[in-house]
Design a binder for this molecule. Structure first.
Ligand code: NAD
Length: 494
């Protein structure tokens, strides 16, 4: 405990009082990193920034700990507790890193230029400009898939960014208060209190669990009138939810949802969304199909990822990307196929792995190792060059032998550093919170599934997430939020 407290105190101190940084060296290669998500930030964390002239571009000047985002929709966790300012992260690096809060709107592969645009509210004289690069890492993630289904963008809430979670939080309370409006009809009350989630992946399942918890633990205590009509429905096109988990965990999730009285509608594919209801194609057991209308008050759309326009545009410039659909095809070193100076990490890159935070994080860390090694290798190669020149000019045999010895030593070093293998993902397991203080987990190092509820799993789930948090600061804030909600309940103000 003493060691832990010491480590915490030290990390807080060093965050508060960062040491002087080396100036960035413009004569070095310019490494531009797009994004501040899992991939980009884990690269930045491990990158020796003194080797490059590093520039980071992202419309978000913070890292977001996305696994706890569903908890922000109910106010269990305050969104600022899971944000880590990128400035804090960059200020800890040995050499300075430039950061531009902007969106990368176009990447010109031939010219080696990224076009960036400041899309924030406050604009200076310059809000569009270019950033040239020698090396580029694309970690811009993905956008929400809508499959072109009409009405999705206009009427539903996504769950990807901080403002999505804030919108949902407001909308839940808006629905509840509107349902309580004087003289509201019975049908309208039912509709307003119907919380519909489309997409039975982990995002949809975790959100459904969180909102049901919110209802059970707080909402129905403060506003007992909604008890009979408040209802959560999860809609999924496939025959079951959480297809990436084992059958046992799927069954456990489905039975927990049943106890919690969350309705799961599988084999139900949403085809159209209007302001007050969704239209879905339901596959009946006898093989027939029917269109059904489902009224909703809140609609959360969680049907996975789609390629961002800036990535699609780049794919169009590179012939080797012609056949790629879901994102940038990369080789085993994460180099974008058809290029030699562009890498991609996270959800915008297509690898053999699912687009998860864990994969993105490991990819970023791998690239840091690769870039650190590349810089080291270059350094040794330069030294070798100098040594062989010296050897040629050496006067005595003794001198020559001494230099030869050094050359051999450097060559050995070079071989060692060059031995960096291709990227390999090591799966630590998947974890999803399903409400009612229960979580499902498949933990590969235990080579088994854990489907359990109760205080232990709950504590395990919480401490796992807490330990994964980005900084000690985040850890303290999240823990305080949990304690606060236990003591006082969630805040139900809009
Ligand atoms: P997903 O792609 O995993 O799931 C989307 C679901 O929506 C699919 O099951 C699909 O069949 C369904 N769907 C698509 N169109 C539909 C329609 N019109 N009507 C009804 N259903 C429809 O999406 P996600 O949950 O956002 O996850 C994205 C990625 O992030 C995944 O790789 C996931 O593993 C990862 N993730 C992991 C965790 C975790 O480990 N706890 C949490 C969140 C996300």
């Amino acid at each position: 405990a003493l060691g832990l407290t010491g480590a915490l105190a030290y990390s807080i101190y060093s965050l508060r009082y960062p040491v002087e940084q080396l100036e960035a060296d413009p004569s070095k290669k310019t490494l531009v990193i797009l994004g501040t998500g899992w991939g980009a930030v884990s690269l930045l964390k491990k990158l020796d920034t003194e080797n490059y002239n590093v520039v980071v571009v992202s419309p978000r000047n913070y890292f977001l700990f996305t696994p706890l985002l569903p908890s922000c929709t109910t106010g269990l966790i305050e969104h600022r507790s899971i944000m880590e300012p990128i400035r804090n992260i960059l200020r800890q690096k040995k050499a300075t890193v430039k950061f531009f809060e902007a969106e990368a709107t176009k990447i010109d592969y031939e010219k080696r230029i990224v076009y960036i645009s400041d899309d924030s509210e406050v604009k200076g004289d310059i809000s569009h400009t270019e950033v040239p690069f020698d090396m580029l890492v694309i970690g811009v993630g993905a956008e929400n898939a809508t499959f072109g289904i009409p009405g999705v963008r206009e009427n539903s809430c996504f769950l990807k960014e901080v403002n999505d979670a804030q919108n949902i939080r407001k909308r839940i309370m808006d629905c509840v208060e509107t349902a309580m409006f004087k003289d509201q009809t019975e049908d309208e009350v039912k509709r307003l209190l119907h919380m519909v989630v489309v997409g039975g992946g982990p995002t949809g399942v975790e959100f459904a669990g969180e909102i049901q918890d919110f209802f059970n633990e707080d909402l129905k205590k403060w506003i007992p009138e909604i008890e009979d009509n408040f209802h959560v429905t999860l809609v999924e096109a496939l025959p079951n939810v959480l297809p990436m988990f084992s059958k046992q965990l799927i069954d456990y999730t489905e039975s927990t949802f049943k106890e919690e009285e969350i309705t799961i509608r599988t084999k139900t594919m949403v085809k159209n969304v209007t302001e007050k209801y969704i239209e879905a194609e339901v596959s009946n057991p006898d093989g027939t199909k029917a269109i059904e209308t489902i009224p909703y008050g809140l609609l959360v759309w969680a049907t996975g990822n789609a390629v961002r326009p800036v990535v699609r545009d780049l794919m169009g410039q590179i012939p080797a990307q012609k056949n790629s659909r879901r994102g940038l095809a990369v080789n085993e070193y994460l180099v974008v196929n058809g290029t030699e100076n562009i890498w991609a990490v996270g959800d915008c890159a297509i690898t053999n792995y699912a687009p998860t935070a864990q994969v993105a994080g490991q990819e970023g860390a791998f690239l840091a190792r690769l870039f650190n090694t590349m810089a080291k290798t270059e350094g040794i190669e330069k030294e070798l060059q100098t040594l062989s020149e010296q050897q040629a000019q050496a006067k005595s045999n003794d001198e020559r032998n001494q230099i030869l010895e050094e050359i051999r030593e450097r060559q050995k070093q070079l071989r060692r550093t060059k031995q960096i293998g291709p990227f390999q993902y090591s799966h630590q397991g998947s974890l999803a919170y399903i409400g009612k203080e229960r979580a499902v987990a498949d933990i590969s190092w235990l080579s088994g599934n854990i489907a359990s509820g109760g205080t232990l799993t709950y504590l395990f789930w919480r401490s796992a997430y807490l330990s994964m948090c980005f900084s000690s600061r985040n850890r303290v804030l999240v823990a305080l939020d949990w304690i606060k909600a236990r003591l006082f309940g969630r805040d139900v103000s809009r």
